[in-house]
Write a protein that binds this ligand. Structure first.
Ligand SMILES: *[C@@H]1O[C@H](CO)[C@@H](O)[C@H](O)[C@H]1NC(C)=O
Ligand SMILES: *[C@@H]1O[C@H](CO)[C@@H](O)[C@H](O)[C@H]1NC(C)=O
Length: 220
């Protein structure tokens, strides 16, 4: 009987270890240094608690300017904009859309996103990983709807209503990061080799030349 209890205990312990989650990095990379004045720690250095004020936890967000080629503007409230978020594992973005405005396919490498539609109607979706068959999950959201984009997956939001739209996104990191797919591939600095992209996309070189010459607007 004791042996059975031990086995059960070992099973419970090992299964809880298996389901453990990697600690989330808070930036794209973190090269180890012995310098004590380095700034790229996993998080930010903390302000002296005695000097912390209510203002450290407050930020005002105006409507974003949607006069850009995408017709959408993301206003981030990440740790860089609101220092009080440091170490709290959470952040927010306000997304404003003009009619037909698009928040183009992008991913947040460090955060799941939960989106609430304040105004308007949005066609939203995400694509699962290769291992899951790159399935597309979409919905048309109306005012009051909430939708989730799982961590790391490529997702988008398109205004399909007649007027403007506004949405608020909650993100499960103080520094979610944003990788816009088109920008990362066609506006990389320095550029990714044309031959490589031609092979990757299986198109003529002229198509890649054309794509690399476009102005890839950054709406974040
Ligand atoms: C940091 O210091 C430790 C101990 O002196 C040393 O072993 C390590 O190689 C150093 N790391 C770097 C990146 O210099
Ligand atoms: C919005 O952006 C456009 C294009 O950059 C600019 O011309 C315009 O002045 C901006 N509007 C406001 C209210 O800032």
């Amino acid at each position: 009987m004791k042996a059975v209890h031990l086995l059960v205990a070992i099973f419970v312990l090992s299964s809880s270890l298996v389901s453990a989650y990697d600690p989330s990095p808070l930036q794209d990379f973190c090269v180890a240094t012995n310098e004590t004045d380095g700034v790229f720690v996993n998080g930010k250095f903390c302000k002296d608690a005695k000097l912390v004020k209510a203002e450290d936890f407050l930020r005002h967000v105006e409507a974003g300017n949607t006069s850009n080629p995408l017709g959408a503007q993301v206003s981030q409230v990440f740790v860089d904009q609101l220092g009080g978020l440091n170490t709290l594992g959470i952040s927010l973005a306000r997304i404003d859309f003009a009619a037909k405005g698009l928040n183009p396919p992008h991913t947040h490498p460090r955060a799941t996103e939960i989106l609430f539609v304040v105004e308007g109607s949005l066609y939203v979706g995400f694509v699962s990983s290769n291992q899951d068959g790159n399935r597309l999950f979409t919905k048309v959201l109306k005012k009051g709807d909430v939708f989730v984009f799982p961590i790391g997956l490529i997702h988008f939001q398109l205004n399909v209503g007649y007027g403007n739209a506004v949405a608020i996104a909650g993100l499960s990191s103080q520094n979610p990061g944003t990788i816009t797919v088109a920008n990362a591939l066609f506006k990389a600095n320095p550029p990714i080799s044309t031959q490589l992209l031609t092979k990757a996309f299986q198109v003529d070189k002229s198509v890649i030349d054309y794509l690399q010459k476009q102005f890839w607007s950054d709406n974040n």
